[in-house]
Design a protein around this ligand. Structure first.
Ligand code: UT7
Length: 323
């Protein structure tokens, strides 16, 4: 059977680092509060010359280099983002043009912080359905542009950045020993749409708007929703949590990462944590964490890796893959 195998990975961060200490000069907050409540120590903020497309392009080029491929080898681009350069066309098309690709298809996918998990799942279906051989899956965000910099309850949490992987069709024998994506589980429930949203849009206010979040409400649901899709991944594959080498979660808050790991009996040594360095970069956080742990040698070929995310919508999901 066809499997979607990770052939390469890459990441890109804006030039500017914004530390918690510097944040103290912008809003009424402290380094201590941010670290204790979230685990975040710094985040990257896009400059005027950096956008979702430029960060996404840089992450894509890094993934192509890592895979030893050229843009001509890619036949589909799926960009997970909630912060497109323009309302339309899709920012994926902008990245396609920057890479000099004129064939295949490119489109954006919007599932907020779960966007990368949704995009990986979508790419896997195109590959296994025979419609694509090599898909560039990118998560790129400039959440700093959606923030209300007077709202200390949200502006300290988010950052900008991009990560990418290349998924390639390969042969598997249909068992959980195969390399590639083994199972994926996606969920959404619009009943929670007003707990984390942006208060603008082309069809309503005609403005971009600002991010609004009932943090405590999101927090309350996060661990349960994450556990739901993690358990589903292991049930579907008959693998056990003990088989897992690495959990690569969406990076929203260290307390959510620790709470989910504890509930699932996954030791923190197996959890890739980048929230301290990047903050919450929404759809970019998982591919940034993947690129971090794969380039420093933690994630190795053959490792069982679980991606999971929960965010606005609510949306939540998991992808279990063998690297
Ligand atoms: O990626 C999508 C998913 N998003 C998330 O997963 C975010 C989920 N939520 C969270 O991570 C947490 O709820 C937050 C980090 C947003 C907030 O942590 P919390 O422990 O739930 O704090 P809280 O909202 O209950 O606020 C506690 C106190 C409040 O003061 P009072 O009312 O107790 O006097 C806030 O006003 O902390 C205050 N506070 C701050 N203080 C200093 C809120 N923000 C700040 C701040 N600096 N930046």
């Amino acid at each position: 059977m066809i499997r979607s195998i990770v052939r390469g990975f890459g990441a890109s961060l804006p030039k500017r680092v914004l530390t918690n200490r510097e944040m103290e000069t912008l809003v009424d907050t402290t380094d201590e509060w941010i670290v204790q409540r979230t685990g975040i120590r710094q985040r990257y903020i896009a400059g005027d010359d950096e956008t979702t497309a430029s960060l996404g392009e840089a992450a894509a080029r890094a993934a192509l280099d890592n895979a030893g491929l050229t843009p001509a080898d890619i036949d589909m681009i799926i960009l997970a983002t909630s912060t497109p350069d323009n309302t339309f066309p899709a920012t994926a098309v902008n990245i396609q043009q920057r890479l000099g690709i004129h064939h295949g298809a490119a489109f954006d996918l919007q599932a907020v912080c779960s966007g990368f998990v949704f995009a990986m799942t979508t790419a896997d279906l195109y590959i296994r359905g025979g419609m694509a051989r090599r898909v560039l899956v990118i998560g790129s965000e400039t959440f700093s542009r959606l923030l209300d910099w007077n709202d200390r309850t949200t502006c300290v949490l988010f950052g900008d950045g991009a990560g990418a992987v290349i998924l390639e069709a390969g042969e598997g024998n249909g068992t959980s020993d195969d390399r590639g994506i083994l199972t994926a589980h996606l969920r959404s429930d619009g009943a929670h749409k007003d707990k984390l949203y942006v208060d603008g849009g082309p069809s309503t206010t005609g403005t971009v708007g600002h991010l609004k979040m009932e943090g405590r409400e999101v927090f309350k649901h996060a661990v349960g929703m994450i556990t739901d899709v993690v358990v589903a991944a292991f049930d579907a594959t008959k693998l056990s949590i003990d088989d897992l080498d690495w959990l690569v979660p969406h990076q929203a808050n260290i307390r959510i990462l620790e709470g989910s790991a504890r509930k699932l009996s996954i030791p923190m040594e197996k959890v890739v944590v980048t929230v301290d360095q990047h903050g919450n970069t929404s759809a970019a956080s998982i591919p940034l964490a993947l690129a971090t742990a794969a380039s420093d040698g933690r994630i190795k070929k053959g490792d069982l890796v679980l991606l999971e995310a929960m965010g606005g919508g609510f949306t939540w999901g998991s992808v279990l893959l063998r690297w």
